[in-house]
Design a protein around this ligand. Structure first.
Ligand code: PMV
Length: 336
């Protein structure tokens, strides 16, 4: 019963978005969407069905690092989903999420699709694979069906697959507005008009094994049980303002300090949950200390972390040698 009522809500949003969009379908839809790293995190939902966040967030997209997805109509009794050329069981968590998403958007109940997705980031290890994955899927479906949706609408559509996917339909710096409406029509991401040529992001992989708890249940548990969480929405608002100002001033110390502190505050709310949520491994802590030592030695390197054990480092081009020396295996990306 609850399930039916819930999916009706999502369907209403889809109907509103697609109303009057009778595009001309093509043989296949294709799209790329970048990974995005939040500098001010999204943590906690005001509506778990529509993935409406409690707080606004701000991210940076990682240029060509992301998911490339093709959707093709097939004559088959069921959908098929291939991730990096390996077929994913539709009963698995990732497979079911994709099939559920297609359910929302298929033009007739009998229509079936093959989804081929290539992602060059570890899946389910806290490197935002679901964000680029659902954004690429939404964009590929828009291409397949010829809906001609605007970016804001695509951001809303991607959000229905995974919250942070709302930000992955854009390049560069992106702000995702929490909005206030119950239907989430004011809850979309927008690109911030700023480039920062010297900015660099490093991905420090600690572990690619699946995380102990997914971001969805982890967020829900934090909102329900952490007493620290009551301070989070205001905290995130302040941080987002600070990060916006740091971006417009191209101030790496200001940006890094705000982003690092925001990520650690998010993890503090997780630790305060019952039962506690801890994504860090011993090697995570060692890497955090390494970053802090780099800073003690005068290098402007800052860290951020998502729902996983891995680190993302924020710094400028001039600091690249120090980062490479301390983290030889890290993948370094220039977002602009
Ligand atoms: O969209 P989800 O359910 O993958 O949640 C992502 C949450 C964080 O990555 C931890 C933070 C963020 O803003 O990306």
């Amino acid at each position: 019963m609850t399930e039916k009522v819930l999916s009706l809500k999502k369907r209403e949003v889809v109907d509103a978005l697609l109303q009057g969009r009778n595009g001309s379908p093509s043989d296949a839809g294709h799209a790329f969407a970048p990974v995005n790293i939040a500098l001010c995190k999204y943590w906690g939902k005001r509506d778990s069905e529509l993935n409406l966040p409690i707080n606004s967030s701000l991210s940076i997209s990682l240029d060509r690092l992301g998911a490339e997805t093709t959707v093709t109509p097939i004559d088959s009794p069921r959908d098929r989903f291939f991730l990096n050329d390996l077929e994913v069981d539709l009963e698995d968590d990732a497979g079911r999420r994709v099939a559920d998403y297609l359910d929302l958007l298929r033009p007739s109940p009998a229509a079936r699709y093959r989804v081929d997705s290539h992602s060059d980031v570890p899946v389910a290890a806290g490197i935002a694979s679901s964000a680029s994955g659902f954004a690429a899927l939404a964009l590929a479906l828009n291409d397949l069906f010829g809906w001609g949706l605007e970016r804001r609408e695509l951001s809303i559509l991607a959000r229905l697959g995974s919250g942070s996917a709302a930000r992955s339909v854009y390049d560069g710096f992106v702000e995702w507005h929490a909005g206030q409406r119950a239907d989430g029509m004011d809850c979309f991401a927008e690109r911030i008009d700023a480039e920062w040529k010297d900015l660099r992001i490093a991905l420090v992989e600690i572990s690619d094994s699946p995380k102990p708890i997914g971001s969805r249940p982890a967020m829900a548990r934090t909102v329900e049980t952490s007493r620290l969480y009551s301070g989070w929405p205001r905290r995130a608002d302040e941080d987002i303002g600070e990060i916006r100002a740091a971006i417009s001033g191209r101030d790496i110390e200001r940006l890094g300090a705000a982003a690092e502190s925001n990520a650690l505050a998010m993890h503090a709310t997780m630790l305060d949950s019952r039962p506690p949520i801890l994504y860090w491994k011993p090697a995570t802590l060692a890497a955090i200390e390494k970053v802090w030592h780099l800073r003690d030695d005068g290098s402007a390197v800052y860290l951020t972390m998502d729902a996983g054990p891995n680190l993302k480092l924020v710094f400028e081009k001039t600091t690249r040698p120090q980062v490479e020396a301390a983290f030889p295996g890290a993948r370094i990306v220039a977002p602009f």
